[in-house]
Structures are given as C-alpha cells and as structure tokens.
Design a protein around this ligand. Sequence first.
Ligand code: G6P
Length: 512
Amino acid sequence: MDEAASASPTIATRRSRLRRLVRRTFAERSLIIASNRGPIEFERLRSGRLRATRGAGGMVSAVSAISRHANPIWICSPMTAADREMACEHPGELIPHSTKDYDFRIRFVLSDKDAYDPFYFKVSNPLLWFLQHYMWDLVRAPSFADDMWFAWQGYQRVNRDFAEVIATEAQRGGKPAIIILQDYHLYLCPGSLTPLLPEEALLAHFVHIPWPGPDYWMVLPPAMREQILASLCCNHILGFHTKRYAMSFLRTCESLLPDAQVDYSAQTVTREGRTLLVRVYPISVDLRSVRRLAKARSTARERQHLQRRLGEQTILRVDRIDPSKNIVRGFQALDQLLRRHPEHLGRVRLLALLVPSRLGIEEYRQYVHEVIVAAQRLNLEYGDREWQPVELIVGEDRARAFAAMQLYDVLLVNPIIDGMNLVAKEGPMVKERDGVLVISEGAGASEELSDGALVVSPYDVLHTAEALHRALVMPGDERQERATKLRAAVEEHTVDDWLYDQLFDLSALIAS
Ligand code: G6P
C-alpha cells in the first residue's frame, strides 16, 4: 500500500516519507522556487559586515522548510538596500546561504526601479491584494486611468524579468527543473516562462491569498484579468489553501476566460491544448521550529517582560497592520464586550502585537493611524491609572510573539478574509494551558479549525464580543477539549505534509 494511503501516520513517519520523496524526486530534477520576497534579507551593519536575516511573513517560513531537503535555487527581488548591493556585486550569480535549518542558493532579479515600484506599490499591493481580500470601496476605487495602465506595464516587465532569470537557471542546472512560483506578484510569470522552458520542465504555482469569485474579478478590466488567468493556466499545477478558493478559481475561469474548459469533478482547466490541475494544499506550521522557538531562552526572557503587561485574563492578537486583518473591528468587539459584560472591566486586557507593513502605501499608513486611534479611544473611555483595556505593542519580534502565545487566555484571529492565517495554527501549538481560539470564518484556517474554535463573522462585532465573553468564562473541561481538538487538527497536517502533497502530485506528473 502506498504510504499516502496509510491510516494517520505519525508526524515522524510523515517527515521521513517527505525526505524519501524529496531524495527520489531531486535525484533527477533540480528545484527552483521563485517569489518576490526571498527567504532572507541582507542588512549592512555599522561595522560594514553584511548580516542575513530571515525574510518576513508566513509564506517564507513555510516554503523555507523545503530547503532542508533539497538545496533549491531561490529566485527573488532584492528587498533591502544591502540586497541590491549584493545583487549588483554578484550579477547573475547564485549566493549560497545555509543555517542549521535552511540551505539554499539565492539569485536576485534586478528589475528597473521604474518598473519595480509600480509592480509592487501599485499592482501587487494594493490592486491585486485589495482585490483578493475584497478591500476596494468600489464606489470610489479602483480607477483604471493612465497611471494604472502604466503601472500594469511595470507588473508585466517585472514578471518577464523573473521569467528570463528562471529560464536561465532552469537551463543551467543540467537536470530538468521543477519550478514552484509563489503568490500574486508572479501571476504573469508562467505565461512568459513557458515558451522559454524545455518540454520536460514542470511548473507549479501556489497562491497564498484568497481567490474571490468571478463577479469580484470583474473589477479588473478584461485585458488584465484574461492575461492573469491565461498565464496561470500555463502551469501544470495551481495550488490554493482551501477548497473554496480552488472552486472560485474554476468558476472564474469558466466565466471570464474565453476558450477555457473547466472540469469541476477532475478540478482541471484545459485551454490551448494544456491542462492545468487545480489542487488544495492547506499550508501549515513547521512544528519543529515552533517547538524550538517556544523553548528558546529569548522567548523565556520576553515572557518575563510580558507578564507585567497582562490582565487577569488576556485576549491576544498578533497581526501585520493590514486593513484585511480587521484590527479596528477587533477593538470594537472589545468595546461591546466591556459594555455588555462590565464584570470584565479592570480584569481583561487585549494585548495587540502588531507589525507595521507596506508603509510605502497610503492605505497602510492610514490604517496604522486608525488602529492607534481606536486603541487610545478605548483606553481613554474605560481605562484608569491602574488598568487599561488595550496594550498595544508595535514592532516585529518573533520571540515576543511566541512568549505571548504561551500566555493568552483567548486568541483573537478575526481577518476580513485571509489565505490561511498561520497565527491561528501556531497559537494552539505554543500555548501551555488550554487557550481558546476565536476565529473569523474569513480565515482560511477556519476550514480546518472550526471544530475546536469559536467561529465568528468578521463583520459582526456584537457576536465577536459574545464569543470573546464565552471564551473568557468557558469552563476548564470545555477549554481543554477544544484545545485538544485544535492541536490535533494542526498536527494532522503539518508543513511537511503541505510540501509532501505538492511533490507527490508533481512526481505523479513526471511518472505519467
Ligand atoms: C503575506 C501573505 C503572503 C505574501 C506576503 C507579501 O505574508 O500571506 O502571501 O506573499 O504577505 O508581503 P510583502 O511584505 O512582501 O508585501
């Protein structure tokens, strides 16, 4: 019997089957990963030395896990000034990077600033990110005037730059390549890349963010959306986190892509003689790194600092400051909670660990302001010298986030919509006593975690407040039962399984 079909193998068994599959697959293939943000970022220290730090975001940590098994070439944009220095000093070279966890070779794609800025600051974010998170206030935006069409040219240009570099590396390897593209920045890459690749190369693309239905994609003019859809159909496999997003993609192709033939039972789209497999691979956390960081000395130190900042009971949220994370409605829910259940006054505190993000974009800067004002308003209204309902800590610190995850009573994850949301999976694994997860039905993770969590609508602040109340007063045995279900759901499908399932499908294509 194939291992994939055996009943609930242990985490260790599943890890070794991944290792075996990787060894088998990459004995005869090379692996190329491409994403806009790479797995590391360089920084020039005052001493003049260059230091590499891990790139931000869940996608990077999950995808990095594969590097342990298959020394990939990782093609990405330079994100910092020091990255750009490296790219200019080593044009066309692979920069090796290994730590005890990771082992890969970086190749930077140096696009013109005139193309890159509109690619990142106009099209990838906000246009596509906003579209795929239902964030447009459609009465007012977006408008496709000449500046947007000009930005679209930048998006096309950077995608072509990526395609050219990927094609060069695919030919250089000596073995046929498996190429895995990541996310919405690179939607046009498959279309440009396919004619440059040898027949035996395999192309997969993973979309880490939600995929809305066809009506919402109609916000994009036909020329843009058809180019995106046609390009994505050049892949052999297209992966999503949830069944809902995969289904929306199929429906979008059926409605908006001329000449596409959609087969819902096989989950395929056929166009111009090529067949794309649309598959669901829910991303997860790397349990080994999660456990290691939970035990780290840096986490213990942060934990001591945090103890002083907690309430008798603590509601925790950990987010990038992004309008899709719905942070302000989270504060509105706290307001409702304190109004309707005054017994929590003086006792409960919302600890918000927030990481500034994409500050080059006006909407993000504006949202930082809205978040701070909403927190201050609550503290002014309810707080006194002894107690404030909101403790806001701004800045990225993974050890601090892990320390906080060991200490919460309730973890609030209430995005409007979110591809997966790895905080919802990390929290229950890091938490020592049994904590309660309140999760929005918009988070992709709610598809797997709904049994153990309290699920709320992200827009319904009254019911979010009631869920917070229920979580805060929940009897111990129910907390324990729910926390056990959450941990089991996360362990059921780890990041190793996410990688295994994708490689398994790719190897099946090689074999066919
Ligand atoms: C989040 C998303 C990823 C995306 C990344 C880009 O982490 O979950 O899917 O690739 O943002 O963020 P950036 O900071 O590079 O704009």
